[in-house]
Design a protein. Structure first.
Length: 501
């Protein structure tokens, strides 16, 4: 089915109620892997951070990473989960080339954290997303499919395998079915993953950089006819790696499911691939049920039984969580709830905070990130964090405006130059000659020329129509290529015409 065959989103929601389930995988920021001492550092040559244990060689035995367990407990506590007094690992059996052991060490029916929730805000409405479980497991290796047009295994000439990532600690966070979101389902999904990412980062257990695969979302979606109780057959869109893409994947699958069902077709329970270029999904493989994985307890690992005193110690050491911090910042920045939600939706809270920490006033930091830079990110189809400009550089632009070296127009041009890779703000200003004309002599000459060229307007101003000064200010700004201080230009015009401001 192509994108052009989809039903409209409005028609889909008129006939069906969407039901979602979100599975988020988070790579933990531990120094070593989950069950061995191999490094987790990024950037190493392929297959150089491996050992008999993470390669699954005969005779090797795993040992649990204590920091991984601690991180899992912190995540569970922050998600309002119950922490198991006793849990254990299981083997999830399936064959795939990036699984060197032919099974994944995971948790099945005895996760370390369960029965939690996370509240998210969407357009002023609070949705409670209930958490089924958060469990520990290990990541797989990385497959690179060479040849073919899509970079996927279908049509590839051969594949390369890198096992450096195999065994890196993962936490999988699984929601209960999310119902009742209706037309806001895509926004709720994005808001949940946004809030979860902020929470993970605040705990310091992962950088949660989606563009680097440190946090990935599987989007499960089904539709049921309006008024029905029984859930429909679900599809699972795998490894969605940006907030914007989570929203787009939900929206696309709602429209696709509705089109299939509306034509009398049947939804296949399958995994699907998401395509960033057009927001569509395509079929991957038929989705297994739990019994297909032949789970059984991992015989080489002892159960994990976190002491209650340790759990409470970790609870007491949790940092200020994002929702609490956001409310505090909203008051400090003087924003409405709607304005703060817009900042959150844009993924700009940390960028604005970092810009303020670099010395920029809060209103100016927010102005540039939520204005010019948000517009540019939207045009380029990327997250704000992906723009090639740093909070320190934005703060420098704010400083140049404050000291009068730049006005808003020149500041926008400076930012444009930084984004284009022309250097930092000072280098762009120097190279492009953007500095505000502050020489009184030069400004005076430009004002005199504007008055002489617009005698009729000058007479109106002398006659008391001070508002007409705007036309002369515009003429001076044009003559100085926008590099004059408009307020000072207006003052000079009125002074020269002998009129009170």
């Amino acid at each position: 089915m192509t994108v052009t065959e989809l039903v409209s989103y409005e028609d889909a929601l008129a006939a069906y109620d969407p039901v979602m389930g979100l599975e988020v995988h988070v790579e933990l920021g531990t120094k070593t892997k989950m069950f061995c001492g191999c490094s987790t550092a990024l950037g190493a040559e392929p297959n150089t951070q491996t050992c008999p244990t993470c390669l699954g060689l005969p005779g090797s035995l795993p040992v649990v990473n204590a920091t991984g367990v601690e991180s899992a407990i912190k995540i569970g506590l922050a998600l309002n989960c119950e922490i198991a007094e006793w849990c254990r690992f299981a083997r999830k059996n399936y064959f795939y080339p990036d699984m060197p052991k032919n099974f994944q060490t995971s948790q099945y029916d005895e996760p370390i954290a369960f029965n939690g929730y996370l509240d998210v805000d969407v357009d002023g409405e609070v949705f409670r997303v209930e958490i089924e479980r958060a469990h520990m497991e290990e990541d797989t290796g990385k497959s690179t499919h060479v040849g073919g047009a899509t970079g996927r295994i279908h049509g590839a000439q051969h594949s390369l395998l890198d096992y450096n990532r195999a065994g890196i600690p993962l936490i999988e966070i699984v929601t209960k079915p999310i119902v009742g979101a209706g037309a806001k389902a895509p926004e709720v999904a994005k808001a949940y993953v946004t809030e979860l990412r902020e929470l993970i980062k605040s705990l310091g257990v992962s950088d949660a950089r989606m563009e680097m695969g440190q946090m990935r979302c599987d989007v499960n979606l089904s539709l049921r006819p309006q008024g029905a109780d029984k859930f429909g057959t679900r599809s699972e869109t795998k490894n969605v790696n940006s907030l914007r893409s989570v929203e787009r994947a939900v929206r696309f699958e709602i429209q696709r499911h509705a089109a299939v069902l509306g034509d009398g077709g049947t939804i296949i329970q399958e995994t699907r691939h998401f395509h960033e270029e057009d927001g569509s999904t395509t079929s991957g493989r038929v989705k297994e049920e739990a019994e297909d994985y032949r789970y059984f307890p991992e015989p080489d690992l002892v159960p994990v039984a976190p002491a209650r005193t340790w759990v409470e110690e970790l609870r007491g050491g949790l940092p200020e969580l994002p929702r609490v911090r956001r409310n505090r910042l909203r008051e400090e920045w003087g924003l409405s709830r709607h304005e703060m939600q817009s900042v959150l939706n844009a993924g700009a809270i940390e960028l604005i905070t970092a810009t303020i920490d670099e010395g920029a006033p809060a209103d100016q930091a927010r102005k540039w990130w939520m204005g010019e830079l948000a517009r540019r990110a939207n045009e380029d189809g990327v997250e704000l964090t992906a723009l090639p400009i740093t909070p320190a550089q934005v703060a420098r632009v704010c400083a140049l405006v404050k000291e009068g070296s730049l006005n808003d127009k020149l500041a926008r041009q400076t930012i444009e130059g930084v984004l284009a890779g022309e250097g930092g703000p000072d280098e762009v200003v120097a190279a492009r000659g953007l500095k505000v004309v502050s020489d009184e002599g030069a400004l005076g000459t430009a004002v005199d020329e504007a008055i002489a060229a617009n005698a009729a307007i000058a007479d109106k101003i002398r006659g008391g129509k001070v508002a007409a000064a705007g036309a002369l200010v515009g003429a001076v700004m044009k003559a100085t290529r926008g590099q004059a201080d408009a307020a000072r230009v207006r003052e000079l015009i009125l002074e020269k015409l002998g009129v009170e401001g």
